[in-house]
Design a protein around this ligand. Sequence first.
Ligand code: ATP
Length: 362
Amino acid sequence: MAKVRLENIKRKFNNVTAIENITFEIPDGQFWVLVGPSGCGKSTILRTIAGLETATSGNLYIGDLLVNNVPARQRDVAMVFQNYALYPHMSVAQNIAFGLQMRKVDSKVIQQRVETVARSLALEHLLERKPKQLSGGQQQRVALGRAIAREAQVFLLDEPLSNLDAQLRDDTRAELKQLHHNLGITTIYVTHDQVEAMTLADRIVILNQGRIQQIGEPQSVYAKPANRMVATFLGNPPMNILPAKYKNGNFLVESQVISCPMRIRDVLRLSEGQVVDLGIRPEDLFINESQNEEIAALTVEVKLVEPLGRETLIRAGLPSSSVQVNIQQAGVMRLHLGDRISLGLDLEQLFIFNSTTGDRLY
Ligand code: ATP
């Protein structure tokens, strides 16, 4: 195991800056997830740690060793790619053993280690098969096995579950978590899937356009997103963003009035006419059936009702924007498309963002 430290890492491809100002330290044995939309620089960071890319500037340490100029094969990291990159002509056992054979490890030791790894990943009965005789999930476990067998100090996983179907993906995700718990190897995991990020990570690093937006424990980033990008990236369906104008202690949302809670007024001291973005998660909206006027609510038109069993998703429209609502009950089926309903907002859960920079104000 080893800690991994990135100091001001930057990578430019000709005139495109893929990543910039990347600084963080992963303590020994932790599981960190790099997450963000396509093209945000996740893989570039991972490949730089692996030694498959060279940083344009900045320093990279594995353990206490500065590895900027250490070639990939001497870095003692094991990488698992999205496509598993197994050797098709080799059996499962040979695939797992390959890295050890290259390092001229004693053949008895190799055999023992292959058996131990195969047992921990439930691959014992598949050792003689070739990769094409395995399911996607089994191939994925072999790729992990090959990484584990090498007993590297750091695991680097690049979207390792993205080729699996939904059920297998959930199962393998849980296995990965268990495996990390058992092995305790420092792991850096890249995904654009926020459920994987939330469930696996000790810490998540949210990236956008090559820069770190926020680093933190998944729950605390979810509860206190640094900005609008983070807020809308984590959560499914995503947080609703409603442009609003502050006036006389209220927010005007497309000419409808929502009163601004006192605690927010006290802290923010918004100026008359100031434009902000209100943020409210779909689960913090509810149908104001009693039409209670004391409740902060917006009148919206129902556009779509999606029953999902235990919960129901509703898409609703204001004249020029739309909101998504997640009601934690089955069958809000009395609703019909085109109905106008009063949608209550749980103001305790309201977020406020600077409409220009996107920074969270509250
Ligand atoms: P995805 O989720 O789609 O895999 P990512 O977050 O992993 O994306 P990267 O692959 O790290 O993103 O790419 C970051 C940026 O760097 C992108 O704009 C990409 O086009 C650019 N980039 C990556 N590799 C190269 C390269 N070899 N040459 C030029 N540009 C590159």
